[in-house]
Write a protein that binds this ligand. Structure first.
Ligand SMILES: [Zn+2]
Length: 302
């Protein structure tokens, strides 16, 4: 469920990130509230737990990055999101989501890794990205974004049906974009945030703020390739959240994009996501004067 407070979820069952924020008196942005499950990707309540590498070992080996250090706080600092980290520095080989069952990990997740391997190690990256390849890439980037969202210091934004639906495809609510980055400080990096800006009238500012806070935008960089996963659980739809200088591969655009058409940007963090439709256009409410639209800028709360 999506609420500021969920009476069915005792505080002690909530994610550590939320509990830390609540203990320090921080106001909580809108988020998905649910008790920490046995497995973030299915309904099982008992089985064998396993450790799902957030960046898989085959990909770390491919880039010789098993010992690259990560410190999860850096994920949100550039965007002013979070000031307290609950995760220490560790090498990528020990960067896990520990709340995944062995059935998911050894089943569909393992098959997805096998399917995406030739796509993420393609050299040179040339030719059209077929519909099947786009689907595989989108599903893999969405899985990685969910692993990051549930295990790293940021508010939970992907609900259970969307997380569980990933076992068989790309659930409704996801869009995935690709671009390339000149800046490469290390091989792997990520950032989690919400959409950055939108237009709405003063009357709708509160509603728009809530909708924006519920969107997840995760940048995942692997060397020069950046996947941007957008998740929007309700309106605006993920297709309404636009990125300049990135190519959307899912939902599939009219014509197949080519690998060599991916735009190259200087930095992978400064790309702005903008909600293209204004509040009125996706609620059906008429705005008295479109000229009164206000820019919405997201607040930087956890
Ligand atoms: Zn599972």
């Amino acid at each position: 469920m999506i609420e500021d407070q969920d009476p069915t979820a005792p505080v002690s069952d909530r994610r550590k990130f939320d509990r830390n924020l609540m203990e320090t008196g921080n106001s909580l942005a809108h988020r998905v509230v649910e008790p920490v499950p046995f497995c973030w990707f299915c309904d099982r309540t008992a089985s064998k737990r396993s450790k799902e590498h957030i960046f898989p070992q085959w990909l770390l080996r491919h880039h010789n990055a098993m010992d690259e250090r990560v410190h999860p706080i850096r994920a949100s600092l550039p965007l002013g999101g979070v000031v307290a980290s609950e995760r220490g520095e560790r090498p990528l080989r020990a960067h896990f989501n520990g709340e995944v069952c062995a059935d998911c990990n050894n089943g569909w997740m393992s098959a997805l890794e096998v399917a995406v391997t030739p796509l993420l190690t393609l050299d040179p990256r040339q030719g059209p990205i077929s519909g099947d390849d786009a689907l595989t890439l989108a599903r893999w980037f969405a899985k990685t974004a969910i692993n990051l969202n549930v295990s790293q210091p940021f508010r939970l934004l992907v609900n259970a049906p969307a997380r569980h639906g990933l076992a068989t495809g790309v659930p409704s609510g996801f869009a995935v974009h690709l671009f390339r980055s000149e800046k490469q400080n290390g091989v792997f990096d990520w950032v989690q945030k919400s959409a950055d800006a939108a237009l709405c009238s003063p009357d709708h500012l509160g509603d728009m703020q809530r909708l924006i806070e519920l969107t997840l935008v995760t940048h995942i960089r692997i060397a020069d390739l950046v996947g941007v996963v957008v998740y929007a659980p309700e309106l605006p739809r993920p297709e309404n959240i636009v990125l300049r200088d990135a190519v959307r591969i899912y939902p599939r655009p009219g014509s197949a994009p080519a690998w060599e058409s991916l735009p190259v940007r200087k930095d992978y963090l400064d790309i702005v996501t903008f909600v293209e439709a204004n509040y009125a256009s996706f609620t059906g409410n008429d705005l008295p004067d479109e000229g009164n639209s206000w820019p919405f800028i997201k607040r930087s709360s956890g």
